[in-house]
Design a protein around this ligand. Structure first.
Ligand code: PLP
Length: 323
């Protein structure tokens, strides 16, 4: 990787991105960061736990933060293409409608049809293709139809936009001991970790959380380069086939470690959160799952912040989870 790109991620750049996100016409929300005890559900953890409610974010996930900064830094009225069946696709479609730009989402044909319907409702074109030809179709759109590709996790503007979450967190807890963030391609984790460390919180330990069946960043840390794998997890947002290159470089600089959880632990976390009054999707519950399953070392007595990254889950899916 071009090491210079990692070095362009400075506190000034992240603060500027935060202003862009804050003043975005997309209406990005400074989401609440609340102490767990406010939920009134007892929890067996011996730390002071705060949760950042990105499930209450516009479009239902943090992705709108990065998308707001991506669109602000691209030519108005462009024709964009992306590849996503999930929260990025929803935020991309919402932004396309708002900016009046033409957009296309290439998604795997295995994605729920309801996803295509939702994304199309924002006026964006959807093409459903076999998973192994997603990139070929995106490349065709770029080369033959002159569209601009927007990446859903490996993009400097996107990551800088996600960093706004980390800066907001520090407004409430200026020096957290531990921050726990889920990881898919690594854009969110990289942005939040860079924001916290570049703000001078040298002692804060930042942990990434991945499902056992989709642990590309974990493997990338071991192999010391961004790697891919065949992924499988109930947390589909955390299961892209590759760790991002820029996210990997930022995570290896700013993240303490990546810990793993299994799908049962994720399901249990979704249920616990639901009982506390919070609708959180499996990907969004992963960081919380790692805390309650004791996967994060040395939490006792610490000030801990946990990101609940998204809440896009239907009641049909929720009904399958344990009580
Ligand atoms: C709710 C949720 N959390 C986390 C992630 C992972 O984000 P990243 O790919 O930036 O690591 C996603 C990705 O779609 C998501 O939808």
């Amino acid at each position: 990787m071009d090491v210079d790109l990692v070095d362009t991620v400075t506190l000034d750049l992240l603060r500027e991105a935060r202003e862009t996100v804050r003043s975005s016409p997309l209406g990005v929300i400074n989401t609440p960061l609340i102490p767990w005890c406010q939920t009134t559900l007892p929890l067996n953890v011996r730390c002071s736990l705060h949760i950042k409610l990105e499930n209450m974010q516009r479009t239902g996930s943090f992705k709108i933060r990065g998308v707001a900064n991506q669109f602000a830094n691209r030519p108005k009225g462009g024709h964009f293409v992306t590849m996503s069946a999930g929260n990025y696709g929803k935020s991309f479609a919402y932004a396309s409608q708002h900016y009046g730009s033409k957009g296309k989402v290439v998604m795997p044909e295995t994605a729920p049809v309801s996803r295509s319907i939702l994304i199309k409702s924002f006026g964006v074109e959807v093409e459903r293709v076999p998973t192994n030809s997603l990139m070929t179709v995106v490349n065709r759109c770029v080369q033959e139809d002159n569209m601009t590709f927007l990446h859903s996790y490996d993009d400097l503007d996107l990551i800088a936009g996600h960093a706004s979450l980390g800066l907001e967190l520090l407004d409430v807890i200026p020096e957290p001991d531990v921050v726990v963030v889920c990881c898919g391609g690594g854009g969110l984790l990289a942005g939040v970790a860079a924001a916290i460390k570049l703000s001078g919180c040298d002692k804060t330990r930042i942990y990434g959380v991945e499902p056992e069946g989709a642990c590309t960043m974990y493997k990338s840390f071991i192999e010391n380069k961004p790697v891919g794998m065949e992924t499988r997890s109930i947390a589909s947002g955390l299961a892209p086939p590759f760790a991002g290159t820029l996210p990997f470089e930022l995570c290896r600089r700013y993240v303490e470690a990546v810990v793993l959880i299994n799908d049962e632990e994720i399901e249990a976390a979704v249920s616990t959160l639901y009982k506390s009054g919070l609708v959180v999707e499996p990907s969004g519950a992963a960081a919380f799952a790692a805390i309650v399953s004791n996967k994060i070392p040395e939490l006792e007595g610490k000030n801990v912040a946990c990101v609940l990254s998204g809440g896009n889950i239907g009641k049909d899916e929720l009904a399958n989870f344990p009580d």
